[in-house]
Design a protein around this ligand. Structure first.
Ligand code: F6R
Length: 607
């Protein structure tokens, strides 16, 4: 959840580190700091707040060529300058930046305090600096390798030492770290967004790896000092993909990108001749796919809702029993692995710890777990038994948007593949493909009507509570609509099946609690209309997302946003986009920091 960068080369390290931190800011933004190598010392500068606050404290032209930086999302200790990373040892010569959680920090702290070390922060991370200090004898890499086996927990760390200058040591255990290989310069970062302005060559570290970078080289070893040969991989993301490109913020850019990102998720995967889909990375034989009896999906947040849509599709199209479960709950429930069951771990970042740990627990018990991820080389993508990349491109805004529609696309493709191995006819397969391919222009048409949602947001943003109501395959979309609104506008919102309101939530209805109804032209429309009337009778305000030409609804709803008609199974795409835009415009109306909402961070790497 925090961001790390390290640089060693001949250029202006301060500039590179600050720019890198700005690109990593979406991973954590409560405080930040740098440790810069300067004339045989490390200059440590830290600040509560955003990177721009830190930048103001750094003198111009420091003339440094190596250093480390960190942007924090607090776990242990309040947000202030002192608790910001990097943390130092007693001498002030060693600095470390850490992502992850050290579980045994209290016992290590007691031990080190009894040996004379003095701690100044409330963080678990500071322990790492003192532990390395204990073993330091003018060789930073050696000291790191002696210290790390004592830690229990997760870490991605970078560290520098004034007495072993012009080098940075990094290590990974459960928190991502990547080496950027440049020309006479090397980088270390928690994700590639921090380095792609400088290099497209990356080495992804695995758990247990330690790396030493110097301007001309990098060496990877394990904790026992055994050399590990790593493959240098090409980063596929482009610099312009992580820039706003004229949009006021990343969230708007990412919502608007969806016609293209959905197409990218399908690209090369549709076989029109056979009326099926090809998903190259599944690593499953035809026999294994045919024998599948059940699919279980694990995920968190928006990815969990995409999984719920996926489960619905898998039951509706290939008729395979499927369920989406919260990864955080699966892990601790001692899950039962049934035969011929396939699991999917769905995660935009591929780093969400709840999902990653649940996946490992399932694998330990013999399950096959495939990943549906966006970030190439991420932990879930690497540790899963196969999977599907959704190719959304970088998602920088903290609130997930384009990943949702692409994750859903991966499930349509998988459902098509399985269905064509079972009962689905050739012509039904063709129809499914043409429905899927008709989605991007329909999403485009919705986006072109965004000003209507902006107007609606102006009218409704001052309300304190909302209900989002949908049914069937759109029930998870209602949950997602409520999540989007609450996380970026801080308006309280609940998602429900509209059938469920009479079992409790209807007690909330009054003229101060608007309900957003999702009303496609499917078999459940009449029932949803009935629920709308129940809300109307209690003076509840109604916003309806309904299909073009549905005149009846205009007599009931206070405001209507019309969407293009589609086959009933495809409404999640059509319904979610207006909800993303509505949440976005409400947040703007309330003056919120849309890309970096309070208390949140992209990529949740703590439990
Ligand atoms: C909501 C949001 C979060 C993430 C969740 C899982 O807008 O972004 O709910 O969906 O933290 O993240 P990933 O998909 O990276 O595993």
């Amino acid at each position: 959840m925090c961001g790390i960068i390290g640089y060693c080369g001949y250029k202006n390290a301060t500039k590179i580190i600050i720019e890198g931190l700005k690109r990593l800011e979406y991973r954590g933004y409560d405080s930040a700091g740098v440790a810069l190598g300067l004339n045989g010392t490390l200059k440590i500068i830290k600040s509560k707040g955003k990177i721009k606050d830190l930048q103001k404290k750094i003198p111009d032209n420091l003339g440094t060529q190596y250093g480390i930086g960190h942007t924090r999302w607090a776990t242990h200790g309040i947000v202030n300058d002192i608790n910001a990373h990097p943390h130092t040892d007693c001498s002030g010569d060693l600095a470390i930046a850490h992502n992850g959680i050290i579980e045994n920090y209290e016992s290590l702290k007691n031990m080190l305090e009894s040996e004379g070390h003095t701690f100044v922060t409330d963080t678990d991370s500071e322990i790492i600096a003192h532990l390395i200090e204990k073993y330091f004898d003018n060789d930073l890499e050696k000291a790191v390798k002696e210290a790390l086996p004592l830690l229990k927990g997760t870490y991605g760390i970078v560290c520098a030492h004034a007495k072993d200058p012009r080098k940075i040591v990094g290590a990974r255990n459960g928190s991502p770290l990547v080496v950027g290989v440049g020309n006479n310069e090397m980088f270390l970062a928690s994700d590639v967004t921090a380095i792609i302005a400088h290099t497209k060559q990356a080495v992804y570290l695995e758990d247990g790896d330690v790396v030493l970078i110097k301007p001309e080289s990098f060496i990877t070893t394990d904790l026992n000092d055994r050399k590990i040969t790593k493959e240098v991989e090409q980063i596929t993301w482009e610099l312009q993909q992580i820039e706003k490109n004229g949009f006021p913020c990343f969230m708007e850019k990412e919502i608007m990108e969806q016609p293209e990102s959905i197409k990218r998720a399908m690209s090369g995967r549709i076989d029109k001749e056979q009326a099926t889909a090809h998903l190259g990375g599944l690593n499953l034989s035809t026999k294994e796919l045919i024998n599948l009896e059940r699919v279980k999906i694990i995920a968190a947040g928006t990815s969990y809702y995409a999984g719920m849509v996926g489960a619905y599709l898998l039951e509706a199209i290939p008729r395979i029993p499927a369920i989406s479960e919260l990864a955080s709950e699966v892990r601790y429930r001692n899950p039962i692995i049934e035969k011929n069951t396939l699991y999917f771990a769905v995660s935009q970042s591929g780093e969400t710890v709840d999902t990653l740990y649940a996946m490992k627990e399932l694998q330990r018990k013999g399950a096959t777990v495939l990943g549906i991820c966006n970030v190439v080389g991420s932990s879930i993508a690497r540790d899963s038994d196969g999977g599907v990349y959704i190719h959304s491109g970088p998602e920088i805004a903290v609130a997930s948007t384009k990943a949702f529609t692409s994750q859903v696309t991966a499930f349509y493709l998988f459902a098509l593949l399985l269905a064509r191995m079972r009962d689905l006819s050739y012509s039904a397969g063709e129809k499914l493909i043409s429905n899927l391919q008709s989605i991007p222009p329909k999403v485009e048409a919705i986006l072109s009507q965004c000003s209507k949602l902006k107007e609606m947001a102006k009218k409704y943003a001052h309300y304190k509570d909302f209900l989002f109501l949908g049914r069937g395959v759109n029930y998870p979309v209602a949950l997602e609509g409520a999540l989007k609104l609450k996380e970026i506008s801080y308006i309280h919102a609940e998602g429900y099946s509209s059938a469920e309101i009479k079992h409790g939530p209807i007690a909330l209805i009054n003229d101060e609690t608007p309900s957003v109804f999702l009303v496609p032209d499917d078999d459940l429309r009449e029932k949803i209309m009935f629920n709308m009337k129940e809300v109307k009778a209690r003076k509840g305000k109604i916003i309806a997302i309904s299909v073009e030409g549905d005149e009846e609804i205009k007599n009931i709803a206070d405001d209507v946003f019309e969407v293009p008609r589609t086959h009933e199974l495809y409404y999640p795409y059509i319904m979610v986009v207006p909800l993303q835009l509505f949440a976005y415009y409400c947040a703007l109306e309330l003056g919120r920091d849309v890309d970096q909402p309070r208390n949140l961070a992209k990529s949740v790497t703590v439990e």
